[in-house]
Design a protein around this ligand. Structure first.
Ligand SMILES: Nc1ncnc2c1ncn2[C@@H]1O[C@H](COP(=O)(O)OP(=O)(O)OP(=O)(O)O)[C@@H](O)[C@H]1O
Ligand SMILES: [Mg+2]
Length: 327
């Protein structure tokens, strides 16, 4: 059976700029896919093409078997889209907007009632239902944008930075909502917030300069980090040199980094060769020496580290060459 969303050779050029460069991937029901990439990588442009708001220069998008350019109504019926910055009709109220959106989506009276109630409840819009959208705070505007994206209970949700501008409580609620909805939908979100990747998605596509540079689960990405299986030790600062020497003596440890803290407790990080497990060896030498530590912990890996490795080289060659010309 074909996937719910199929992207083939998707490309967008704006004059000399190649915003999206030959992307091919498919997404199945139950997948919560996160687009991750630096500013200008092409995430929003890809989303605009997937939702049919922008025609591609080349390539195709198929949604539930319908080509988005050739059968836009059938395809868009199945999509809920929160665009970047959530442009909304400022002179409408959240309630009138939700009625308007469910009418143009041709929902039945019953579907409309259920959908609007569900969206209002999920996004906690009860207190602002009759206030004009232009007078709402940034976070509430974002919530209204999310509400209009889910009002028709779409199979596919495409959300461009859905938690942008939300306070920490709302961020948490929206992430919980996305996790709840993910089981029987396709969800594609874009974000810069790395903690969101772990919380919301089960698949990550990293984009740099319009190209896909990684397509993996968050865990697989973390495993590529040099911090994967690294062991951290918090220890009184006066014992740090002794501890560092012990760690450097372990065969599977390829590097030890120290961070001296003014608080009196400092941190050492022992990095394993090829990501192997070193906790037992670390404990053994520490116990053997009777060295007292405040804490020993194992790192899973750091997404920010992998993100930097995968995107910096790809994203900034022009800036680098401009710098070297100037010096
Ligand atoms: N309408 C347009 N005309 C010309 N260039 C555009 C247009 N829209 C986007 N671009 C360019 O395409 C590239 C990708 O932009 P896009 O907005 O897709 O990036 P993004 O990954 O969403 O970035 P951000 O994280 O900042 O939201 C950028 O270089 C941008 O300047
Ligand atoms: Mg964007």
């Amino acid at each position: 059976m074909s996937s719910m969303v199929e992207i083939e050779g998707l490309t967008k050029k704006f004059g000399p700029i190649i915003a999206v460069d030959d992307m091919t991937f498919s997404v199945d029901c139950g997948e919560a896919l996160c687009f991750l990439g630096p500013n200008g990588a092409g995430k929003s442009t890809a989303m605009k093409m997937i939702t049919g708001f922008l025609p591609p220069t080349a390539g195709s998008v198929t949604v539930c078997g319908y080509d988005i350019m050739h059968h836009p109504i059938e395809a868009k019926r199945r999509i809920g889209y929160l665009p970047e910055g959530a442009p909304l009709y400022g002179d409408m109220t959240p309630l009138s907007l939700l009625h308007f959106v469910s009418k143009i989506r041709r929902l039945s009276r019953e579907q409309r009632k259920r959908g609007i109630e569900f969206a209002i409840e999920c996004l906690h819009l009860q207190n602002v239902l009759h206030q004009t959208i232009e007078t709402l705070s940034k976070g509430y505007k974002r919530r209204v944008g999310l509400a209009q994206a889910i009002v028709h209970d779409p199979d596919i949700l495409i959300l461009d930075e859905p938690t942008d501008g939300l306070d920490p409580n709302q961020k948490h609620e929206v992430r919980t909502l996305l996790r709840q909805m993910a089981s029987d939908k396709v969800i594609i979100i874009s974000t810069h917030i790395l903690e969101e990747v772990d919380e919301v998605s089960n698949r990550v596509i990293i984009i740099a300069k319009g190209r896909i540079v990684a397509d993996q689960t968050p865990i697989q990405l973390e495993e590529q980090s040099r911090f994967h299986n690294a062991v951290g030790i918090r220890i009184p600062t006066e014992r740090i040199e002794h501890c560092e020497a012990l760690l450097n003596g372990i065969g599977e440890v390829c590097a030890v980094e120290t961070a001296i803290q003014p608080s009196g407790l400092s941190e050492l990080m022992a990095f394993p060769t090829h990501g192997c497990e070193i906790l037992d060896s670390v404990r053994a030498v520490i116990n053997h020496e009777g060295l007292e530590t405040a804490e020993i912990f194992v790192e899973r890996g750091r997404l920010d580290d992998v993100f930097r490795d995968l995107t910096i080289g790809a994203a900034q060659p022009q800036q680098m060459s401009a710098l070297s010309e100037n010096h």
